[in-house]
Ligand binder design. Structure first.
Ligand code: SF4
Length: 359
């Protein structure tokens, strides 16, 4: 039966990449920044598996202005997409015809009208009809809540071949400058010099060594702050690097305004999803699905059928061990509340919500 087991023992070491990633997220939620590099009153929002079409980061830490983050909560737990951001950024204090209030978005006005209706339905702007005209008025100014974006790649076992693949990705990040810092998180070895330092990674990337059981981390190498306010360089293609490929690298420039929009779009998605959303792509409705607590706190997924922490890819309807929850488990409130799987989802939702001040 799917239950929340508050046991401290977990049979599988989270050296598994997915478990390690979730431990990194939990560590970041509790302990970021790793040193007093930013002001103490910064609060963080942690998410995972987010980025752009071309590049997805394992863990994302948003450093936020605490008051502004609280004011962001007025706009609700769901993300604001680019169309909604265009409206809340430009909605005036006084009733104004929407075409006079909003800068032309570069696409037809009928799409703006549709977004205005969505914004009104969500209660984040006010609208009224004046004859045939739709007028809008802001309810609140959209706050400047995002301060910095930190991207972390998790590689618990960073050998030379993993470092080679990761090195190219980190070079892309450094050239783009979309995140303020990029890091690699790897498992702590206890060696006098961490092996990750010998790997061929860009010097701009920080190296964090994490001990996932104790949830303790050390900085092996500090990152360089990236130029997020300057044009970025997107590497489209590069020579293979085998000495025979004489082709030139191809790249394009990205202007700072586009980067700023992309950063805010990523931040909004991170705000909505957090890192506990892993359960949304798994099968908590399987009778083998469990959440097991680490530190008496962090709920990690656990599969009773395979007796270990399962990955999100494994935990799908196609899993050979999948067994739907018996309807008998869905006793009271069924089918409105669902069975134990639904309760686990609610538990994680509740924890995510608690990390968003003001909601
Ligand atoms: S991995 Fe398979 S058996 Fe295990 S909880 Fe997920 S779907 Fe069920």
């Amino acid at each position: 039966m799917s239950v929340v087991t508050l046991s401290r023992t977990v049979q599988r070491d989270p050296g598994h990449e997915f478990g390690f990633e979730l431990r990194t997220c939990r560590w970041a939620e509790l302990a970021w920044p790793p040193a007093a590099a930013t002001s103490d009153d910064t609060v963080t929002v942690v998410a995972r598996q987010l980025g752009t079409k071309r590049r997805r980061w394992d863990t994302i830490v948003l450093e936020c202005d605490p008051d502004a983050l609280r004011r962001r909560a007025r706009f609700g737990p769901d993300r604001l997409d680019g169309d909604l951001l265009h409206i809340v950024h430009n909605a005036p204090d006084e009733w104004t015809y929407y075409r006079d209030a909003l800068p032309h978005p570069g696409y037809p006005w009928r799409y703006v009208r549709e977004a205005i209706h969505r914004a009104a339905d969500r209660g984040i702007i006010e609208t009224r009809k004046n004859g045939n005209r739709i007028e809008i008025r802001r309810k609140w100014a959209y706050p400047d809540w995002l301060e910095r974006i930190i991207a972390i790649e998790n590689k618990p076992d960073l050998d030379a071949s993993a470092a080679r693949a990761l090195g190219a990705q980190l070079e892309y990040d450094v050239a783009m400058g979309l995140a303020d810092e990029v890091w690699v998180a790897t498992r702590q070895t206890g060696n006098a010099v961490e092996p990750a330092l010998f790997e061929d990674l860009p010097v701009e990337a920080g190296i964090l060594t994490l001990e996932p059981d104790a949830l303790a981390a050390d900085v092996a190498w500090y990152p360089r702050s990236l130029a997020v306010d300057e044009p970025g360089t997107r590497i489209l293609e590069r020579p293979v690097g085998d000495g025979h490929d004489a082709s030139a690298a191809r790249f394009e420039f990205i202007d700072p305004e586009t980067k700023a929009d992309t950063r805010l779009a990523i931040a909004e998605r991170a705000y909505e999803r957090g890192w506990r959303s892993f359960v949304d792509t798994m099968r908590p409705d399987c009778r083998q699905f469990q959440l097991r607590a680490r530190d008496g706190q962090q709920a990690l997924p656990y599969c009773a059928a395979t007796d270990r922490c399962q990955t999100a890819a494994e935990c799908a309807g196609s899993c050979p061990h999948f067994e739907p929850e018996p309807p008998a488990w869905r006793t009271r409130d069924w089918p409105i509340e669902g069975g134990p799987g639904k309760r686990l989802q609610h538990l994680l939702d509740e924890r995510r919500r608690r990390r968003r001040p003001g909601l």
